[in-house]
Design a protein around this ligand. Structure first.
Ligand SMILES: NC(=O)c1ccc[n+]([C@@H]2O[C@H](COP(=O)([O-])OP(=O)(O)OC[C@H]3O[C@@H](n4cnc5c(N)ncnc54)[C@H](O)[C@@H]3O)[C@@H](O)[C@H]2O)c1
Ligand SMILES: O=C(O)[C@H](O)CO
Length: 386
């Protein structure tokens, strides 16, 4: 028999039972659910990653919807359990949903939500922070100071890379990749080379317009180029940031061979998903190329790192915090709750998941729609006219 899991209950007499597998930031998401007659149950177990068995136990015999996390394995077992409990919706509190077997959800007619847009700038800012920290060796220099090793200014002390005039490479120029590219181009006057399966016309127009502005002011214009292959980006860029979705086409996109193609003193940033890089090959590359630097927010086998990575001075490593700003995390919680609520209430699906601002305005009630349901088409859900 399943082990009971500790929970906290809000609005015990609510008609619909919504479970959140974790406490999430802010209270707006709870209030929005309560106002619509939901009983909200929040798992308060101390362990960080819940097992499938824990979540089956949370779902119980009757559950209308679940808000879950990217650390959970949402597949056949959980969707069948949710379906048996009368559930209609699941939402990841994340934009990436590689932890979800959408086909299994489709089989049981369960809507799968995610949280695009609200984390775009926050995530891009972390990628930009890692790029700067790697270029200017900030973490190494900080450790040096704390160790009491600074005994005076020296011409060669922690010499790093100037970004201005160098080339930034973006692989996966979607929402976050484009936001990052704009930051690096406008902030540091870098030239852009990008690779994506689709053309990013808005990004290209932005760089062209900024280049014209610089030229009109007597400065060297910035340039852009859409590469025809990822290898072209790896060969030419000085700083490369990875922002694709994780799927079969992007698993180990950066491997031993592609690392070799990169400049010896290049900087590689990953704020997408760990398995996009072959991490063991990366450790070897870092060891053999001390001038090569990485900034990693995500890891191949989270929460673990491949042996040797933590010892590398030329690696900056942070624990999957790219979306961790207060505004964003509260917004993610709101979008995830509204995805579930919308399906429970049979609302339509919002027409444009890239335009979720109306759901985030705390001074107005949110639209009667689910902000982002990734399998809306497969389930034949109605799309909002707004
Ligand atoms: N580290 C974090 O905390 C964090 C935060 C937010 C998002 N993410 C990750 O970032 C990913 C991107 O988020 P987004 O909102 O920008 O999504 P998005 O869908 O707007 O962008 C993804 C882009 O990747 C491109 N792409 C897909 N396959 C590709 C391939 N084989 N080669 C090159 N490009 C390819 C797509 O065409 C798309 O433009 C998410 O799926 C998630 O996994 C991580
Ligand atoms: O996909 C996502 O949203 C991140 O990994 C967490 O914000």
């Amino acid at each position: 028999m399943a082990r009971p899991v500790q929970i906290e209950v809000w609005n015990p007499n609510g008609k619909y039972r919504v479970v959140s597998t974790k406490a999430m930031p802010g209270t707006r998401w709870i209030n929005l659910l309560i106002e619509q007659d939901c009983r909200v149950e929040i798992c308060t177990e101390k362990k960080t990653i819940l097992s499938v068995e824990d979540i089956v136990s949370l779902i119980g015999n009757r559950c209308d919807g679940v808000i879950g996390q990217l650390t959970e394995d949402w597949g056949e077992v959980l969707f069948s359990a949710l379906s048996r409990a009368g559930g209609k919706a699941f939402s990841n509190m994340a934009v990436g949903y590689n932890n979800v077997d959408v086909n299994a959800a489709n089989k049981y007619g369960i809507a799968v939500g995610n949280t695009p847009g609200v984390l775009t700038e926050t995530t891009a800012e972390l990628a930009a922070s890692l790029s700067l920290a790697a270029a200017r060796r900030i973490v190494e220099a900080d450790e040096f100071m704390r160790a009491g090793r600074y005994d005076g200014w020296l011409p060669n002390l922690f010499v790093g890379n100037l970004l201005k005039g160098q080339t930034v490479g973006v692989i996966g120029a979607g929402r976050i990749g484009s936001a990052y590219a704009r930051m690096m181009v406008e902030g540091f006057k870098m030239n852009l080379i990008y690779f994506d399966l689709y053309q990013s016309t808005r990004l290209e127009k932005f760089v062209t317009a900024y280049g014209e502005f610089l030229k009109a002011n007597g400065e060297a214009p910035v340039t852009w180029r859409r590469a025809s292959s990822m290898e072209e980006v790896l060969r030419e860029a000085d700083v490369i940031s990875l922002h694709p979705v994780l799927d079969k086409t992007t698993f180990h996109l950066v491997n031993k061979e592609s690392l070799k193609a990169m400049k010896k003193d290049a900087i590689l940033i990953n704020c997408s998903r760990g398995p996009v890089i072959d991490e063991a090959a990366l450790v070897e590359h870092l060891r053999e190329n001390p001038m090569f630097r990485v900034g990693l927010d995500v890891f191949e086998d989270e929460p673990y790192m491949k042996p040797g990575l933590a010892d590398m001075k030329n690696a900056i490593i942070v624990p999957h915090i790219a979306s961790a700003s207060k505004w964003t995390r509260e917004g993610m919680a709101t979008l995830a709750a509204l995805n579930v609520l919308g399906k429970i209430k049979d609302y339509p699906v919002w027409s444009d998941p890239n335009r979720v601002e109306p759901f985030l305005n705390e001074n107005a009630p949110p639209p009667a729609a689910s902000p982002s349901i990734v399998n809306a088409k497969a389930l034949g859900l109605t799309v909002s006219k707004l």
